[in-house]
Design a protein around this ligand. Structure first.
Ligand code: AMP
Length: 281
């Protein structure tokens, strides 16, 4: 497996592969890799001759400096995992390589970045769009892979790709979960034993809300139920529970108004912020 810290040699590698007619799959990550990330690598390997995984904790998408500082970094372990699944190349740049100068560009995705994550993490999706645009321009992949776990991120990136005409196909992969249902996340590494046990309530609350909505309860009633379930655990605080039209993230008042509703949840376990989601149908 090739490891690149600089853009120029990575581009030379990619160009050589393309000249040989190889297709390129890209999996952008922030590292601290888990089975969810590896499922994206595996999806890419099934569809491409060469898979590139990027590992970059992107400062411009963090609206909370403490979160950026404490974000887990486990590069040595990550490379072992990537070797095991036979990833072809890793792009592991420093901030100075990705941002040689302070960036002036800001993205505004209108409604898409004003709700849910966008409402509680102002500027987050601008930073995501910036780094993903850079990665798309550097790697020029044929296919790029993202997780359903970050559904709003996927929706924003889809808009980016459509509007800016990036010449690639996007893929969203299902959320990988721990045995108790907790969505895998790099941030789970920061949970202590009790917090880890309790963190499964986000998944349980989504299941309960799904049942309640299928049984004809309103979204407002489902939100009350979710808050009750989540906050019965110590140290857990609900930030939001929303049901949205999955295509355009319009928030719903009534699930009957939607073709394909998705339930999205975010909350804190102590000071660690976790998100999850589930399609209703
Ligand atoms: P991150 O390293 O958290 O920025 O995530 C990198 C990519 O992995 C993103 O496209 C995420 O949506 C995806 N991802 C994160 N967690 C999971 C998971 N549990 N299952 C599937 N994909 C995931």
């Amino acid at each position: 497996m090739e490891i690149f810290k600089q853009i120029a040699p990575l581009k030379a590698f990619i160009n050589a592969q393309k000249q040989r007619g190889q297709s390129i799959g890209l999996v952008p990550t922030m590292g601290a890799l888990h089975a969810g990330h590896l499922s994206l690598i595996e999806a890419s390997k099934r569809q491409n001759s060469i898979t590139v995984c990027s590992i970059f904790v992107n400062p411009t998408q963090f609206n909370n400096p403490a979160d950026l500082l404490k974000y887990p970094r486990t590069f040595d372990k990550d490379t072992l995992l990537l070797e095991k699944v036979e990833c072809d190349a890793v792009f592991y740049p420093d901030s100075s390589e990705m941002y040689p100068e302070t960036s002036l560009i800001k993205f505004d995705f209108s409604h898409l970045d004003k709700v849910m994550e966008g409402k509680f993490r102002p500027g987050h999706f601008s930073g995501v769009a910036l780094v993903v645009s850079k990665l798309f321009n550097i790697v020029e992949p044929d296919h790029a892979y993202f997780g359903q776990k970050d559904w709003q991120q996927f929706t924003v990136i889809r808009q980016l790709v459509e509007e800016l005409k990036f010449n690639l196909t996007l893929h969203s992969q299902p959320t990988s979960r721990e045995a108790d249902g907790l969505a895998m996340s790099s941030r789970n590494l920061r949970l202590n034993e009790d917090q880890r046990k309790n963190a499964t309530v986000f998944y349980q609350a989504l299941l309960a809300a799904k049942n309640a909505l299928h049984a004809g309860k309103s979204i407002t009633e489902a939100r009350v139920l979710v808050k009750e379930i989540v906050e019965q655990k110590t140290e857990i605080k609900l930030e939001y529970f929303e049901v949205a039209e999955s295509k355009n993230l319009n928030l719903l008042e009534n699930v009957k108004d939607s073709d394909q509703p998705i339930m999205c949840i975010a909350g804190f376990v102590g000071e660690i912020r976790l998100i999850d989601n589930m399609f209703l149908n």
